[in-house]
Design a protein around this ligand. Structure first.
Ligand SMILES: [Zn+2]
Ligand SMILES: [Zn+2]
Length: 260
């Protein structure tokens, strides 16, 4: 429990800072508190459920990996593992947009028409659990250390809050996207416009969108969410992947446009 509190502290502080900043940029939506409450409730339930199960399993796999790194190379190995974990996140994210069954689950995240810092916590528990399971062989094969895994996951949460926030960095956005997935990049990823489908999958490092030619930038105003998005409630978000709704799960941006 102490570990959970320790890992929650930077995320909570960063959330509070970005929430306050969002208050002063643009007009906050009238139902902002209810919207944020639903997203953060989902994040809190997922956090408690998954930290003690798949989170603990991931840490255990790190400790039993037979890969041993000699002391002069520990730092280099950690950096390489950090990159590898982020490459896995990129591939997992693309898979979520390519496989219809996975899209049904990932659509919970994309159904947010009011994208803000709290959208960073709006994921279905199944998406996190399946992703964590698929990552276990990577952790084992690379011998990722516990500290590298914790450092990566903490960075992922902080960067995810940053690029989901309403921060409009204007001409300064490109400074950030040289290294990381910027708010503009991720805002385009959530766009309803077919021209934006299949772009900007990077989680932490923007490098992967450049390497795999999925980086897309535009200056025009963007609309977020999915057609026929379900009413905003905790129950509807949890049930969304299992509800036969042609306006939600089948409304897959890339499937509908035939893109990749
Ligand atoms: Zn996505
Ligand atoms: Zn997102």
């Amino acid at each position: 429990m102490d570990d959970l509190i320790l890992r929650l502290a930077p995320a909570s502080l960063w959330l509070a800072i970005l929430w306050c900043v969002e208050t002063f940029v643009g007009a906050p939506a009238p139902n902002r508190f209810r919207h944020g409450f639903v997203n953060l409730s989902l994040a809190a339930i997922n956090g408690v459920l998954l930290f003690f199960t798949f989170g603990a399993l991931s840490i255990w796999v790190c400790t039993v990996s037979p890969v041993v790194t000699e002391s002069p190379f520990v730092f280099l190995h950690s950096v390489a593992c950090f990159f590898a974990l982020d490459l896995f996140s990129y591939c997992w994210h693309r898979l979520n947009h390519s496989v219809p069954a996975l899209w049904r689950i990932h659509s919970v995240h994309h159904s947010d028409a009011q994208m803000d810092v709290t959208t960073a916590g709006r994921f279905h528990a199944l998406e996190i659990a399946i992703g964590a399971l698929l990552r276990l062989p990577v952790l084992y094969a690379l011998g990722v250390s516990t500290i590298t895994l914790v450092a990566y996951e903490t960075t992922l949460v902080l960067v995810s809050m940053f690029h989901h926030s309403k921060l409009n960095l204007g001409v300064y956005d490109w400074h950030f996207r040289l290294i990381t997935a910027s708010p503009l990049m991720h805002s385009i990823h959530h766009s309803c416009d077919p021209r934006d489908y299949g772009s900007n999958f990077s989680s932490v490092l923007s490098l992967w969108d450049r390497v795999f030619s999925t980086l897309r930038l535009t200056e025009r105003p963007l609309k977020h969410g999915l057609e026929g998005s379900c009413p905003e409630s905790l129950g509807s978000l949890v049930a969304r992947p299992f509800v036969a709704d042609p306006n939600s799960a089948d409304n897959h941006p890339m499937h509908r446009s035939g893109g990749g």
